[in-house]
Design a protein around this ligand. Structure first.
Ligand code: CNA
Length: 448
């Protein structure tokens, strides 16, 4: 137990852990004085043992033995900083009508989107329990499905990616009502920036202009040779992806052939694309046989840097001017996008639209359900007309509150539900189930 004095001081008492009241007081103190002063007061002046203080920030004291004192203090410091900067819910915004009012009132809206806005087109997301791409990979025996999108794994053996990627390449013919809604915000002069984590490039098809679009994880729009950096249109490698064969660089192949034709006949050897090329593998060319590079879609793999424009746009332009944040169809589990709400001014309202609630970011309003349904209802309440082939104007939406949460709402179609005829893909049925479980599982702790 710690004794907290009035002034600021923390006096060490019996060392038997912190009780919830003390944890609350410590965190409140941090919010008042900021991380620097807090660390000084607690660790330097009051000499609270770091493992004990760590328990106030969810750090298991056993880590102290595993990490050693210096490393543990560093981990504790970053937990304190994160807690300080973590966004907190604003009390003034709670209902779907508050959300619609905000949409009408705000003119610099930041929209952050994820795979959920394309599932109604039949493109699976990653993390949905039964329909997500990762669950398929797990069924196939991958214990770490992320590895398929890991740049080191790709360079070691691109065949795994090429065997599996066909499922997530877009047909580029349709966009969803949610894409249309973002376009509507743009048409109304309210969209400041759409940060999309999606790689399907459907924002472009929907007409979101390049100057308002940041593709945080790149896209399938182009592909680049891992060896000579030759860039082609993404659709050029779609036939290889669909045929589940590794795509090799045509320019490399052409150069190798030309080189060969210049060499004396006896030296000629046919280049055979190896299945395990690496990006800078000039040294490991078997017996000096030149190898063509592997084409990689310009999507950001785990282990790769995000495009520069993500950081510059966010820090130089958006952070100071955005007046509303709308997050749609993402589990917000991939950094650094998942951290964006914490770096924006805390007075800017944040709305979350997805099938499942999340708890690791404090949103002001959470609207759960199929995002296409939610945006239709938002547009209706804002008095806007959202036209899209998959939107049936005759279908009404039910908006139900969730027990013990005045800011979380479940939005569901009522009455005439047109099923697949309204254009919902294979995920439509799963979505209805997820709606219900979403509202039941409201207390579940979000995994990160
Ligand atoms: P994710 O982690 O799979 O999360 C998607 C979230 O959307 C889940 O929480 C779902 O519950 C929710 N969701 C699914 N369908 C709907 C729907 N119809 N309405 C409302 N919510 C829905 O995917 P994230 O986008 O959060 O993760 C980022 C990854 C996913 C990025 O690296 C992407 O490149 C990657 N990804 C993109 C696509 C695409 O471009 N279409 C497809 C699959 C994965």
């Amino acid at each position: 137990m710690l004794l907290l004095t009035k002034s600021t001081g923390f006096i060490e008492g019996e060392d038997d852990g912190l009780d919830p009241k003390e944890v609350k007081q410590l965190r409140a103190r941090l919010l008042r004085i900021g991380p620097e002063q807090f660390i000084h007061e607690t660790l330097t002046v009051a000499k609270i043992p770091p493992p004990l203080l760590g328990t106030a920030f969810g750090i298991n004291p056993l880590f102290a033995q595993q990490l050693g004192e210096d490393m543990f203090v560093r981990v504790l410091g970053s937990a304190i900083v994160r807690t300080y900067y973590k966004r907190r819910k604003l009390p003034g915004y709670n209902t779907i009508d508050d959300a619609a009012e905000l949409l009408k009132k705000c003119s610099n809206i930041m929209v952050i989107t994820g795979a959920g806005i394309s599932t109604s087109l039949g493109i699976p997301d990653f993390r949905s329990k039964e329909t997500g791409f990762y669950s398929k990979l797990r069924d196939m025996g991958f214990s770490e499905p992320e590895e398929v999108f890991d740049i080191y794994s790709f360079d070691e053996d691109p065949s795994t990616f090429y065997e599996l990627a066909a499922d997530i390449i877009p047909d580029l013919k349709r966009y969803s009502p949610t894409h249309a809604f973002i376009r509507l915000l743009q048409n109304k002069g309210r969209l400041q920036t759409n940060y999309t984590q999606n790689i399907d490039n459907l924002e472009e098809l929907a007409g979101i202009t390049k100057d308002r679009l940041i593709q945080c994880h790149g896209s399938f729009a182009t592909a680049t040779c891992r060896k000579c950096k030759y860039k082609v249109k993404g659709t050029d490698i779609f036939p290889d992806i669909r045929a589940k064969r590794v795509s090799y660089c045509k320019r490399c192949i052409h150069r190798i052939k030309r080189q060969e034709s210049l060499e004396p006949k006896s030296k000629k050897r046919k280049p055979t694309p190896s299945r395990s090329r690496t990006s800078s593998d000039d040294d490991d060319e078997d017996d000096n046989i030149p190898q063509p590079g592997v084409m990689k879609p310009d999507i950001t793999f785990f282990g790769e840097q995000l495009p520069d424009d993500f950081f510059t746009r966010f820090t130089d332009q958006d952070v100071n001017t955005v007046d509303l944040v709308l997050v749609i169809g993402t589990s917000l589990k991939v950094a650094p996008v998942s951290d964006m709400p914490n770096y924006l001014p805390h007075h800017v309202p944040h709305i979350f639209v997805s099938r499942e609630p999340i708890q690791h970011v404090d949103f002001d309003i959470q609207l759960l359900g199929n995002c296409d349904d939610v945006v239709v209802e938002l547009a209706r309440r804002a008095g806007w007309s959202l036209k899209h082939e998959m939107v049936d104007d005759n279908v009404k939406m039910n908006v139900d509150g969730v027990e013990e949460a005045e800011h979380i709402w479940v939005v569901k179609k009522e009455g005439k539900v047109s099923g697949s005829s309204n254009g919902e893909g294979q995920n439509g049925a799963g979505a209805a189930r997820a709606d219900v479980s979403g509202s039941r599982n409201i207390e579940r702790t979000a995994e990160r």
